[in-house]
Design a protein around this ligand. Structure first.
Ligand code: IMP
Ligand code: MG
Length: 195
């Protein structure tokens, strides 16, 4: 048995389905951004695997840059209080910017990022997220590209973590609630976590 298998309740999105959907998103983004040389802004850490697959599937010239943020909350809930740990290397004035996120849950983190990037005057600003949990939304948002809408369950794998673990799993899986309940008892109280 794999070492993670005991912690996973079930596989929600298998690897092949992720690959197929990423290819579809890449085709759509390539068509929409022809001649625009977009800048893909990956939100670390959760977006790194999605970005790596998406960038290789795009057929249009583009650049990538990274932002690392820390959102204050506990391990499974964000509060939307966001701190920038690493800002972009490049200037985005007049650029076509596409934010690449792992998951939009309450919407607080992406709302903060949109506001933060919009004032830097990009030519356009859009959002591409692999996953979205619409049932959890607290802020109304327009999301331009969504890989999968998923139910209100805590998921890991393909970049997404619980307490920095499981990011390497090739699928999106549902974590057994007892795994994070155990963790929350051990580390009760709020702490900053990197998406
Ligand atoms: P939001 O601000 O509530 O939309 O939360 C967004 C961030 O919370 C994501 O970028 C993730 O880092 C984290 N997050 C939300 N739901 C999950 C989940 O099911 N698994 C892992 N991380 C999650
Ligand atoms: Mg994230």
């Amino acid at each position: 048995m794999n070492s993670w298998a005991k912690d996973i309740a079930r596989i929600l999105i298998p690897h092949e389905e992720l690959q197929r959907r990423v290819a579809e998103l890449a085709a759509q983004i390539s068509a929409d951004y022809a001649e625009r040389n977009p800048l893909l802004v990956c939100v670390l850490k959760g977006g790194f695997i999605f970005l790596a697959d998406l960038t290789r599937a795009l057929t249009v010239p583009h650049c990538v840059d990274f932002m690392a943020i820390s959102s204050y909350g506990n391990a499974t809930r964000s509060t939307g209080v966001v701190r920038i740990l690493k800002d972009l290397d490049c200037d985005i004035v007049g650029r076509h910017v596409l934010i690449v996120e792992d998951i939009i849950d309450t919407g607080r983190t992406i709302a903060y990022l949109l506001e933060n990037l919009r004032v830097r005057q990009p030519a356009s600003l859009r959002v591409c997220t692999l996953l979205s949990k619409p049932a959890r939304r607290e802020i109304e948002l327009h999301i331009d590209y969504v890989g999968f809408e998923i139910p209100n369950e805590f998921v890991i794998g393909y970049g997404l973590d619980y307490a920095e673990n499981y990011r390497n799993l090739p699928f999106i899986g549902v974590l057994k609630p007892e795994v994070y309940q155990r963790g929350l008892q051990q580390a009760s109280g709020a702490k900053a976590s990197q998406g």
